[in-house]
Design a protein around this ligand. Sequence first.
Ligand SMILES: NC(=O)C1=CN([C@@H]2O[C@H](COP(=O)(O)OP(=O)(O)OC[C@H]3O[C@@H](n4cnc5c(N)ncnc54)[C@H](OP(=O)(O)O)[C@@H]3O)[C@@H](O)[C@H]2O)C=CC1
Ligand SMILES: O=C(O)C(=O)Cc1c[nH]c2ccccc12
Length: 301
Amino acid sequence: MNTGVTETVVIIVGAGPSGLSTAASLHRLSIPYVILEREDCIASIFNNKSYDRLHLHLTKQFCQLPHMPFPANFPSYVPIKDFLKYLDDYASHFKINPMFHNFVKFAKYDEDRKKWKVEAEIVGGRSAEEEGGVRWYEGKFLVVATGETSDVFIPAVDGLSEFKGEVIHSTEYKSGERFENKKVLVVGAGNSGMEIAFDLSNHGAKTSIVVRSPMHILSRWSTNLGLMSLASMPLHLVDSFLVFVNTIMYGDLTKYGIQRPKEGPFLMKVRDGKYPVIDVGTVKKIKSGVTEVKEHKRRWK
Ligand SMILES: NC(=O)C1=CN([C@@H]2O[C@H](COP(=O)(O)OP(=O)(O)OC[C@H]3O[C@@H](n4cnc5c(N)ncnc54)[C@H](OP(=O)(O)O)[C@@H]3O)[C@@H](O)[C@H]2O)C=CC1
Ligand SMILES: O=C(O)C(=O)Cc1c[nH]c2ccccc12
């Protein structure tokens, strides 16, 4: 009898790089699985929510997925276009066909049957009768691969609703081309904010960036060297090395409104999920006054 439940061994939630890697590994072992994905494509953040000049921050040996290396002709720092093509090829090669439009709402482990039961709502599907419907999946294992930063969030800033200018989230930003000579305030100095501020300045926008907390700014080469060193050195020594090298390279940035945290960059990444900012040229813009750092406030005029 068709109970309306799809039975499998492994249920993977999310068709980003981690979900795809899991699927490929299971495929090679002939272990049945399904991938449930709320969007209509794989790697939706890379596909729909990234800006044009994005390159992966880490050298390619750290970014390729298991069982299929990047093509040898890829540059050391892979541009987004090449990465997307690689992910498509990866999915085809391992015959990965995610169940798109399946937004997982609920997962419960049934102790008696030793199985996960997962409920997914059909969202953004093509047919009206499907939309809002529900599907169930059952499997022995559940892999949650939904990413660390997948939901858009705009904080409630005082005065924002009266602001007459345009407000966009970083996920809508593609390039600084249309902002030439405009005044743009970037709120948030993570990797997205810092690179978007750089791109805006390159396109002739009058750019400022709001820095709320102390942060580690690291050069690309030292970050990669740090990651390689982790194989043979304890984390606190790698952190000391990174702080030493980058303090010499960038000098004291406190006069520009940027403080370095007391704890090391990799410790903060591992413990708090707070990534260091990998400098793509923004520091130079800040030092030369092209990009201005603004102090964090609850309200801007
Ligand atoms: N090329 C690449 O590989 C790239 C990788 N990434 C990665 O993608 C992930 C997401 O990055 P990103 O989009 O930068 O998001 P993050 O969450 O890493 O950074 C958000 C930043 O916004 C700040 N912030 C949040 N709320 C406010 C507020 N109300 N006022 C002022 N500042 C605020 C946070 O400050 P606070 O610390 O105080 O919370 C933080 O600095 C990260 O892992 C990042 O490293 C991003 C871009 C490029
Ligand atoms: O992908 C990011 O968010 C990065 O900025 C690069 C990155 C991925 N994993 C890391 C671990 C330590 C330092 C930087 C990174």
